[in-house]
Design a protein around this ligand. Structure first.
Ligand code: AMP
Length: 174
């Protein structure tokens, strides 16, 4: 039987000591595992009236793109500050020891439409929370959040409440 866990590379002490990094390049390197992820996303959301998908730079783009192609919907890239050339909406948020900032082209946010917000992995939920707020500021609805991998022990549910969150696999300890 197919088990997605077999395709996720676990790298201890990356990017720093004490962090177990769940790497999805090993999913990308397996057409079986990648197809499993895209087929699952498509199956979960195909009847949920999703009108666009927003994804976080850079790994989020890889899963959002084939999904958008399958559903025939637009992709809204959410990028690190300074990468998008047009007029943007932006949001600063706290990381463990620093601040980060993400941006979206305001013209690309579909006003009044149902946007699925995605990333490859949901850890603290801080990045998705900031992304959700700029999408809503731009006039979109964010009815659901999706990640391939979830780390619920980092309490992302609380940060992302009340938006429903779906993941394909969860890990429950560090
Ligand atoms: P978050 O804490 O949810 O804002 O996560 C920020 C970003 O860091 C996400 O895009 C994740 O892909 C990445 N990330 C955080 N923790 C991990 C981890 N343990 N393994 C792999 N990626 C991670």
């Amino acid at each position: 039987m197919f088990n997605l866990d077999d395709y996720i590379r676990k790298v201890p002490d990356f990017p720093k000591k004490g962090i177990l990094f769940y790497d999805i390049t090993s999913v990308l390197a397996s057409p079986i595992a990648f197809k499993y992820c895209i087929d699952k996303m498509t199956e979960i959301y195909k009847d949920k009236k999703i009108e666009a998908i927003a994804a976080i730079e850079a790994r989020g783009f890889l899963f959002a793109s084939p999904f958008a192609y399958n559903l025939d919907i637009p992709i809204i890239p959410i990028r690190k500050k300074g990468k998008l050339p047009g007029i943007t909406l932006s949001k600063k948020y706290d990381l463990e020891y620093a601040q980060a900032e993400i941006e979206v082209h305001s013209a690309d946010v579909p006003k009044g439409k149902r946007v699925l917000l995605t990333d490859d992995l949901i850890a603290t939920g801080g990045t998705l929370n900031a992304a959700r707020s700029i999408l809503i500021e731009g006039g979109a609805h964010v009815p659901e959040i999706f990640g391939i991998v979830g780390l619920p022990f980092l309490n992302y549910q609380k940060v992302l409440d009340p938006t429903p969150i779906t993941t394909l696999i969860e890990y429950h300890s560090e």
